[in-house]
Design a protein around this ligand. Structure first.
Ligand code: VG1
Ligand code: CO
Length: 543
């Protein structure tokens, strides 16, 4: 084995402000590209000499090859220990838990989350800090700066490490420890939730389908739902992780989890349906005949979490991303909990969770989680729902209806315009930003603009600033349209339009969301001139 230093050149690294790097798989596989980025991470965090790292990914195409490179580079850079999920597999929340429970100096997570996988699809890599969460901008800025000036990387020339069996293998001075990817995560879940009660629920004949979408949660769901909780065999669908996720988008929403949605809306629907994404941090919750929007799921959990043993003392506070609906705010207000609105992206919850300002966090994009790890956690949300249903002994639809009667309903939808030419998307946003001050008082589709502003955020814990995190138009009566550009796409720009309307009239709580939101949708289009700039007559994806 020989340690070599390879001369190289700067690369186009991650966009400043994003917590990891997502690119086409071919780009990552190009000469020195992955190596350059890994060296930039190591340099950006002050080197890895003597450090320990958790390493694992969602099993997508190139996951296995990339991990071998990372291990050789960790060895070449003097790291002491790498804890790796067997076969290179770790869901994002399980990686976060391992970083925390093993007290490592952070970890490297290989995933492009809900983006498709394969040689012609997407790949990603990010560094998580020792608290288990995505790196804050102070760290990612340093990593980015290194990608711009890097001129060499260090790597050990060696054979691949066998990652198929648990145990220790030395690689130069690096100890590689292969661990069961599921075991310690499953233990954590058993501590937080009443597994006895959930087992009893399944024993009464309660039926469920969990769609793992051929992604990382398959083995986790099989172990926890079918093995430990006694759900019928076959509860987990698409449970074998595939390098291309079976050709689909592993994005748990009604569009991409279509088979599950059809089953849940049909005559043979089980009692409960759920799905998770490529790396296991997102969740979709569906009852028989009723899709629960992620914003509503967050609010429901905020209202009922005390029913789960890990949360029986109540919540310290709640936090949501700004575009997430205000449904959770209404629960927080009724229960006297503090409620924070952060920019999009889980990293902004980290300081609040670390400081004990929030126990529960969520995003409208199907991310829900708590202070048990520092990532959103798909299976955690599913188990929380199961725990609540086991205690309440009512259906998902009855539970949501009761919730809306108590707190009102925030009708909600997100409209995505994908692969819009970047200049046009930027022009739409810039044009709207410049017109913000002229909007209050104007009427669109019968809705009067009350307030129009750019969302800037100052972290209440560390004072860091995140500016320009979306444009928010609030209407009289509490309806709202939010506009922002995605930071995670790998092609063109994606415009996200978030639409919301509060309804407290008990006769109008069961409308179709798109119908209930029609005036807000029309007003948003008119205000931002969406059709004009995107050249589209409607969104590509509605969730
Ligand atoms: C999207 C979601 C955001 C989420 C992010 C990462 O970002 O909107 O809420 O935190 O993906 O999720 P954007 O910038 O494309 O809107 V995941 O499951 O990729 O870790
Ligand atoms: Co994800």
């Amino acid at each position: 084995m020989e340690l070599i230093t390879v001369p190289t050149q700067p690369i186009e690294g991650q966009k400043p402000g994003t917590s990891g790097l997502r690119k086409k798989t071919r780009v990552f596989m190009g000469p020195h590209y992955l190596e350059n980025y890994v060296q930039s991470i190591f340099d950006g965090i002050g080197g890895v000499v003597g450090k320990s790292l958790v390493i694992g990914g969602d099993g997508r195409y190139f996951n296995d090859r990339a991990i071998q490179v990372i291990l050789r580079m960790a060895a070449g850079n003097g790291a002491a220990k790498a804890i790796v999920g067997r076969d290179g597999i770790l869901s994002t929340p399980a990686a976060s838990h391992l970083i925390r429970s093993r007290g490592t100096d952070g970890g490297l997570i290989l995933s492009a989350s809900h983006n498709p996988g394969g040689p012609e699809a997407d790949f990603g890599l990010k560094y998580n800090t020792p608290n288990g969460g995505p790196a804050p901008e102070s760290v990612t800025d340093r990593i980015y700066a290194r990608t711009q000036e890097i001129d060499s990387y260090r790597i050990l020339e060696s054979q691949d490490v066998d990652l198929s069996a648990d145990g220790m293998t030395p690689l130069g001075g690096l100890q590689v420890e292969v661990v069961d990817p599921v075991a310690s995560y499953a233990e954590l879940m058993a501590e937080l939730f009443d597994f006895e009660a959930i087992r009893a629920l399944f024993a009464t004949g309660f039926t469920m389908r969990f769609d793992a979408m051929h992604a990382v949660t398959g083995p986790y769901a099989l172990e926890i739902l079918e093995k430990r909780l006694g759900a019928a065999s076959g509860t987990v669908m698409n449970g074998t992780p595939l390098p291309d996720f079976g050709g689909g988008h592993p994005d748990p929403n009604p569009v991409w989890a279509k088979d599950l949605m059809e089953l849940m809306m049909g005559p043979d629907a089980p009692d409960f349906g759920a799905a998770s994404d490529g790396d296991g941090d997102r969740n979709m919750i569906v009852g028989r005949g009723l899709y629960v929007s992620p914003s509503d799921s967050l609010a429901l959990i905020a209202a009922q979490a005390h029913l789960a043993p890990g949360y029986s003392k109540g919540l310290a506070g709640v936090a949501r991303s700004m575009p997430t609906s205000g449904a959770v705010d209404r629960v927080a207000a009724a229960r006297g909990l503090s409620c924070h609105a952060t920019p999009t992206g889980w990293k902004f919850f980290g300081t609040l969770l670390d400081a004990g300002h929030a126990t529960l966090c969520g995003e409208e994009s199907a991310g829900t989680g708590s202070d048990h790890v520092r990532e959103k956690d798909g299976l955690w949300a599913v188990l929380m729902w199961l725990n609540i249903l086991a205690v309440k002994e009512i259906s998902v639809a009855e539970l949501m209806e009761a919730h809306w009667h108590e707190f009102g309903r925030n009708y909600y939808s997100r409209h995505d315009y994908e692969d819009v030419p970047a200049e046009r998307a930027a022009a739409l946003m810039d044009g709207l930003r410049q017109r913000l001050t002229t909007l209050p008082g104007q009427v669109f589709e019968g809705l009067t603009v009350k307030q129009a502003e750019q969302f800037d955020y100052e972290d209440p814990v560390d004072g860091s600033l995140a500016k320009n995190q979306g444009l928010v138009i609030t209407f009289d009566g509490g309806s709202r349209a939010v506009f922002r550009l995605s930071g995670t796409g790998t092609e063109g720009a994606t415009l996200r339009v978030y639409l919301e309307r509060l309804e407290t009239n008990s006769d109008s709580l069961l409308l179709d969301a798109q119908i209930a939101l029609a005036p807000v949708i029309g007003a948003a289009d008119e205000i931002a001139e969406i059709s004009r700039w995107t050249g589209r007559s409607g969104p590509d994806v509605i969730t």
